[in-house]
Ligand binder design. Structure first.
Ligand code: ZN
Length: 51
């Protein structure tokens, strides 16, 4: 998700180590899915910022 314009791009797979995909406290829930949001700057905003 772009911090600048809010554009969202879906990512199918996470690559690299996952430090906290296991909840430290599941509050009694049986967890079958985790959702990760990557925050950053999209290519459009990056280009605008540089130009
Ligand atoms: Zn953007």
């Amino acid at each position: 998700m772009c911090r600048s314009c809010g554009t969202i791009a879906d990512v199918d797979c996470a690559i690299g180590p996952a430090p906290c995909l296991t909840a430290s406290d599941d509050h009694g829930f049986v967890i079958d899915q985790a959702e990760v949001t990557y925050w950053g700057t999209c290519p459009d905003c990056l280009t605008t910022r540089i130009a």
